[in-house]
Design a protein around this ligand. Structure first.
Ligand code: HEC
Length: 478
């Protein structure tokens, strides 16, 4: 939906405001390019005019990204389409390919009958039907949640509140948590109990912190990680596990990550590129990375860059834009990540030690304003995503389903979408994504998903005024 709105805004702009740029092709925003150079033959809505439709999935000259790019670059001079290679260049041509893909996907989903909710509030998907049962609510975004052994749900409200929800009771606020730097997408972010919580009572939090750092004169901050214990309604025993050097902090309000995964005594967590995309490739900086620590904050001796000069020793993988989903595949122990990408470039990745996931050197996306980032989607020494979405779904939290209430979903990866308001179910076989189904759409922005102790899935949903609700998925008869 976001994409559509942006597309509309810019195409209007292009009509009323001639570009002031000296450059003959204006600012090069993708809608402007399309309307200026392509619409006269392929139609304003890409559905065809004097020439063929570009959104009917009927490709005469090949359906791959490379073949479509070649068609635009070389044209079909004999048939009346000049080649645009010289005038537009590869990066803008890549943006046009993404644009065509977006429009084709939107046309396809519009032609499908929208998912109907029955009068009993039942949602139907291919393998299971379910209803949503309200569990808790807050006057702000519920960023993350985890389950206490006594049946409570511990949840972060992004604007700096930590709650424990008990069904049928008023939620209780935990006080004494660290001071949060409130800026843009920052705030109080991830919460998770240590896997041995019953013995050690550790609760882990991530949040945006600012400790007086400045970037070009503006207050700057970075994602931080602490652990502590909850006694009554107090946060106590705090230990700081990760605080990035203050000179690495940025003033941007975007891309904080974060999410936690525990495995074999290690803590994995992610930090987004913090609005400084090129820094994702710089191993001396914490942003745009997935990190790995011992669960007490020490640096593991076998981390990939411990011996590399100037590299941050906590780094596990790099070249990430904004990882907001992280989970272990329970069947294989593999670390899966979702990354909120640029427009057309939301990704699912399988994370391996020391590897480079390419941002921003390679990406399937372009900037949200329609300007190109690069035409490169692959490169030597950089990993390919296992799956990506065009248009972007605005990917956020993920979880592999491990319960028994929905047997046919067991082992599938559930992926939430913010702007798209979509819940996706990915089937993963032998390390590859083999299908992608939208099982829920249109109930609000979906921020996080988690397996509950009752074998159900719990979903954090935001309404238009950014109030958060936790729902439980309840099986319904098909
Ligand atoms: C003057 C008319 C004209 C303009 C302007 C034009 N095209 Fe075309 N385009 C054509 C014709 C003609 C064909 C070949 C159709 C056929 O073979 O039936 C074509 C084919 C294509 C194809 C291949 C379609 C397929 O089925 O494989 C793509 C992709 C394409 N154009 C994209 C674009 C883009 C993007 C632009 C703008 C940068 C553009 N065209 C501008 C006339 C035009």
């Amino acid at each position: 939906m976001k994409n559509l709105r942006i597309a509309f805004a810019f195409s209007t702009l292009a009509l009323v405001a001639p570009s002031h740029s000296q450059n003959r092709i204006g600012t090069g925003m993708v809608d402007e390019l399309y309307q200026q150079y392509c619409a006269s033959c392929h139609g304003q809505d890409l559905a065809g005019g004097s020439s063929v439709s570009l959104i009917d999935e009927d490709w005469k000259y090949g359906s791959s990204n490379a073949e479509i790019a070649r068609a635009i670059r070389d044209g079909f001079p004999d048939l009346g389409m000049i080649g645009f290679g010289d005038s537009l260049g590869d990066e803008r041509i890549r943006s046009l390919v993404i644009y065509i893909r977006e429009k084709a996907a939107l046309a396809k989903s519009a032609s499908r009958t929208p998912r109907q909710v029955s009068s009993e509030g039942v949602f139907t998907s291919s393998l299971h039907s379910f209803s949503l049962e309200k569990v808790g609510q807050a006057a702000g975004i519920i960023w993350s949640m985890d389950f206490m052994p006594d049946g409570g749900i511990i949840a972060t409200q992004r604007d700096g509140k930590l709650w424990i929800f008990q069904e049928g009771e008023q939620p209780e606020q935990i006080t004494g948590i660290p001071e949060i730097w409130q800026r843009g997408q920052g705030g109080l972010l991830e919460v998770a109990l240590h896997p041995d919580y019953a013995e050690n009572q550790w609760v882990y939090l991530s949040y945006s912190e600012s400790v007086g750092g400045k970037e070009r004169g503006r207050t700057a901050g970075m994602t931080a990680v602490v652990r502590g214990r909850v006694h009554g309604n107090k946060w106590v025993d705090q230990e700081n596990l990760f605080n990035a050097p203050v000179e690495t902090h940025t003033s941007a309000g975007t891309h904080f990550g974060s999410r936690f995964v525990f495995k074999d005594g290690y803590l994995y967590f992610a930090i987004g590129d913090r609005g400084r995309q090129n820094q994702a490739q710089d191993l001396s900086l914490p942003n745009g990375k997935i990190h790995r620590l011992h669960d007490d904050g020490r640096i593991p001796a076998d981390n990939p860059f411990v011996d590399k000069e100037d590299a941050m020793p906590s780094i596990w993988s790099y070249g990430h834009r904004n990882p907001q989903g992280l989970d272990l595949n329970p069947a294989t122990g593999e670390l899966w990540e979702t990354e909120h990408g640029p427009r057309g470039g939301d990704e699912t990745n399988l994370i391996h030690k020391g590897l480079n996931y390419g941002w921003p050197e390679i990406t399937y996306g372009m900037n949200y304003n329609g300007l190109p980032i690069t035409d490169r989607t692959e490169a030597e020494g950089m990993e390919q995503p296992k799956h990506y979405w065009v248009p972007s779904i605005s990917v956020c939290g993920i979880d592999f389903y491990e319960g028994d209430l929905f047997p046919s979903w067991k082992g599938d990866l559930f992926v939430t979408g913010l702007a798209s308001q979509q819940l996706h179910r990915l089937r993963i076989e032998n390390g590859e994504v083999t299908s992608d189904e939208i099982v829920l759409k249109g109930v609000g922005r979906l921020r996080d998903i988690a397996n509950g102790p009752d074998g159900s899935l719990y979903l954090s949903v935001e309404d238009a005024s950014r109030h958060g609700t936790i729902y439980r998925l309840r099986p319904a008869k098909n």
